[in-house]
Ligand binder design. Structure first.
Ligand code: DAH
Length: 341
């Protein structure tokens, strides 16, 4: 009996060695160790054995089964590795080929310029204050001292909505009243950023939509000197420590007095070139002391409080800084342009 078992074992080992490939190995397993396999069937012989012979036979049978299973596992692993290698050699997958790099996104040049502006004013204690793009005519114009039919409204032709009295804001100044009403009676230092919309002819120098950043400071001891100091410091931090600034008298309904701030030309340093149209100066922003009517509309008593405000266009600032000659590039979504920044 034991001799017969050893013979089956030798045959099974030889058959395993002769089986090549995953399918042949699986067939060998079925025919040898499976429920109807040659080795499995030998368990039936146990019944025919005497009580003395049975333990030795059973032990040897189990040993053989364990050996065969282990050999089978090893052959199967080898066959699988060989199959994978053959598949790779056949060129289905060249694992040495470098992968495709995912395209890296980046921040839009306007966002980056906005963040530069926030950082500088943030250092001076100004917080970002958000206000809606869809505004009332009241916030955008009336409370900022533009009465209905005032000629100054013509500088900012608006987009109207189907709701009477509701427009797309033409400037971030609209948020001044909202900030004042929220902060009253505390002092205010805010930066109001966001998209503005004007019904204008689109040219290289003007778009129908653009961003603005508004600055507003309100307190009981704020003077024009604070305005000049804050804005000059800002210009130097953004455009370089040797920038000169100058303030020219101007007009805005919501500030009195009003001014425009120029910086010495960043290309020629004031000598005169085509960027500054041979004036030596570049206009950067509008500004002024908050008009008493506007302070009152925001809830602040103009006898006790003062404020200054300023408004600038980040796209225009980026155009000067990077020598961009067409504002339409900002929203044209041309990657060749956007990837340069
Ligand atoms: N809102 C003005 C505009 O869009 C810009 C401006 C000028 C804002 C003077 C101000 C300011 O706060 O003081 O043309």
């Amino acid at each position: 009996m034991l001799e017969e078992l050893e013979q089956h074992y030798r045959q099974a080992t030889a058959a395993l060695a002769a089986s090549e490939g995953r399918e042949a190995l699986a067939a060998w397993h079925r025919d040898t160790l499976g429920k109807k396999g040659s080795i499995y069937l030998l368990t039936r012989n146990l019944g025919a054995l005497s009580a003395e012979e049975r333990p030795a036979f059973g032990r040897r049978l189990n040993e053989i089964k364990a050996h065969l299973e282990a050999d089978y596992d090893q052959r199967l692993a080898e066959a699988e590795a060989a199959a994978l290698e053959a598949q790779m050699a056949a060129g289905a997958l060249d694992v040495t080929l470098p992968g495709r790099r995912p395209a890296h996104g980046r921040l839009h040049i306007t966002t980056r310029t906005l963040r530069d502006i926030y950082r500088i004013f943030g250092d001076m204690g100004f917080q970002v204050y958000r206000s809606p793009d869809v505004e009332t005519d009241e916030m955008n114009f009336e409370l900022l001292n533009f009465p209905p039919h005032h000629p100054a409204r013509e500088m900012q032709d608006s987009f109207y909505t189907t709701t009477p009295g509701v427009i797309l804001r033409t400037h971030t100044s609209a948020g001044q009243i909202r900030a004042m009403r929220e902060y009253y009676p505390d002092p205010i230092r805010v930066v109001l950023p966001g998209m503005c919309y004007r019904n204008e002819q689109v040219t290289a120098r003007s778009e129908m939509q653009f961003t603005q950043v508004e600055l507003l400071a309100v307190g009981d001891d704020i003077s024009f000197a604070d305005l000049k100091g804050t804005l000059t410091d800002f210009a130097r931090r953004l455009f370089g420590a040797d920038r000169q600034t100058r303030f020219r008298a101007s007009y805005f309904p919501f500030t009195e007095p009003s001014a425009e701030m120029d910086i010495s030309c960043i290309l020629c340093n004031g000598a005169g070139c085509s960027i500054c149209k041979y004036t030596g100066w570049l206009e950067i922003l509008g500004c002024g002391m908050v008009h008493p009517v506007v302070l009152r509309n925001g809830g602040y008593d103009p006898e006790r409080y003062f404020g200054f405000a300023a408004g600038m266009g980040p796209e225009r600032i980026a155009m000067l800084k990077y020598g961009i000659d067409d504002i339409r590039q900002f929203w044209a979504n041309d990657l060749r342009f956007l990837e340069q920044f």
